[in-house]
Design a protein around this ligand. Structure first.
Ligand SMILES: Cc1ncc(COP(=O)(O)O)c(C=O)c1O
Length: 410
């Protein structure tokens, strides 16, 4: 059993340096600033907001993202996240949840149960899913209530979704329109490829593609001649960061909604887009230096694949030492991380913004001593956080003030 899961609260009031390792450290002031920025952006634009709760998967962050009930819709990627958010449903802070994966046969019975507590919206991108919903309804003993569905539009990520020019799209819309098991709630896209953007202009261009994609698809149903209302949902963390650059009004009958998930946390992949500063990263992993190897100028920390993840990005390695950004985790085994000296343009930016104790070509024995504790910035917060059972929530001085327990599993 993970020690932190049983004893996390006993560390409240202690500095980060006294925590058992590896540990996930969450900066509450950074989380609050990150969530506030987006709440203000959507307020200024007067658009709806649907946070994705998959990154930190816990009540406290979900509450923050929703502005404590100011916004009342969420998107989840697992049933566990929906079950976890039921506490906020009971508090009256959440009304509806989009289950963000194309609907599967095994999720459906669980979603039917959850639908009794909050409105569940399904995601579809194939006619076969409508067959599935109809077959499920046919077997059900209760009266058939059509599931509200978002049709997923692929605007370039080539993950889930149909492109707007696919001949399958009008067929799918038609199929839903004539089905008693589903009804079109809206059109949804997620520009995962926006993580490759390196400038505000590039992210704004992807955002524009997102809006054009869902609006184009929705036009089939909302033609200005009927009184149909359709939600068009766009976003990803990089495009959400430039949401204020949205231009032009939407056609009559369409309601614009923004969604985003990673933005409260941020990570090196987000910093690499240049849309957030290194100091906007709320997540760090604390590890112990267990050994130093002067012969190969490397050190060993007790944070390996299981504590960090194998995610990579434009920053070197799998994680970067916060106050010595030229040192990163260059290789890993399950529980071993190897710190090595690395340099890149991105590292120089980190040094500029965070300050660094290291000098060029530094020797490992000058940088680390067995027994040191190091804080690491990680590549992708969503994946790393999923591997930790408790979060140590710290203030500006890195004193643990709270501990939060995320929802696990599927
Ligand atoms: C369907 C869907 N919507 C929204 C998001 C949130 O994207 P981001 O974490 O970039 O904000 C994701 C992330 O994977 C997603 O899969």
């Amino acid at each position: 059993m993970d020690h932190s899961l049983q004893d996390h609260a006993s560390y409240i009031g202690r500095p980060v340096s006294e925590l058992p390792t590896p540990a996930l450290i969450l900066s509450k002031p950074v989380l609050e600033r990150n969530t506030q920025i987006l709440l203000e952006d959507v307020k200024q634009l007067g658009i709806e907001f649907r946070p994705h709760i998959k990154t930190l998967k816990c009540t406290e962050v979900t509450r923050m993202m929703l502005g404590d009930g100011l916004h009342r819709r969420i998107v989840a990627s697992t049933l566990a996240e929906i079950r976890g958010s039921l506490d906020l449903v009971k508090e009256g802070k959440i009304d509806e949840c989009l289950y963000g994966l194309p609907i599967s046969a095994s999720a459906l019975p669980f979603l039917e149960t959850l639908n009794k507590s909050l409105k569940i919206i399904l995601m579809v991108d194939s006619e076969q899913q409508i067959d599935l919903l109809e077959a499920y309804a046919a077997k059900s003993s209760s009266p058939v209530v059509p599931w509200p569905v978002f049709i997923k539009i692929d605007v370039g990520s080539q993950r889930a979704g149909m492109t707007t020019h696919s001949p399958c799209l009008p067929r799918l819309i038609q199929r839903i329109e004539s089905s008693s098991a589903a009804t079109v709630y809206g059109f949804y896209c997620h520009a995962g490829h926006s993580y490759a953007c390196r400038t505000e202009d590039a992210a704004a261009a992807v955002l524009q593609t997102e809006v054009e994609g869902v609006v184009e698809a929705a036009k089939v149903l909302v033609d200005g001649k009927n009184d149909r209302r359709i939600v068009v949902s766009v976003g990803s963390t990089p495009t959400a960061h430039v949401v204020k650059r949205l231009q032009g009004a939407l056609p009559e009958g369409m309601e614009l909604e923004l969604h985003a998930g990673n933005y409260p946390a941020n990570d090196l992949q987000q910093v690499a887009t240049s849309l957030v500063e290194p100091t906007q990263q709320a997540v760090r992993i604390l590890a112990d230096v267990c050994s130093v190897y002067p012969d190969r100028n490397e050190a060993l920390v007790n944070a390996g694949t299981i504590a960090l993840s194998k995610e990579t990005g434009e920053f070197p390695g799998f994680a970067v030492v916060v106050d010595r950004p030229q040192w990163s985790v260059v290789r890993m085994a399950q529980e071993h991380g190897i710190l090595g000296w690395t340099e890149s343009d991105q590292t120089s930016r980190l040094i500029e913004k965070t300050g660094s104790k290291s000098s060029d070509g530094e020797k490992v024995e000058a940088a680390f001593v067995v027994g040191d504790k190091v804080l690491l910035y990680i590549q992708h917060a969503c994946i790393t956080a999923a591997m930790h059972y408790a979060y140590y929530v710290v203030d500006e001085q890195d004193i643990v003030r709270e501990t939060w327990v995320p929802w696990k599993g599927w």
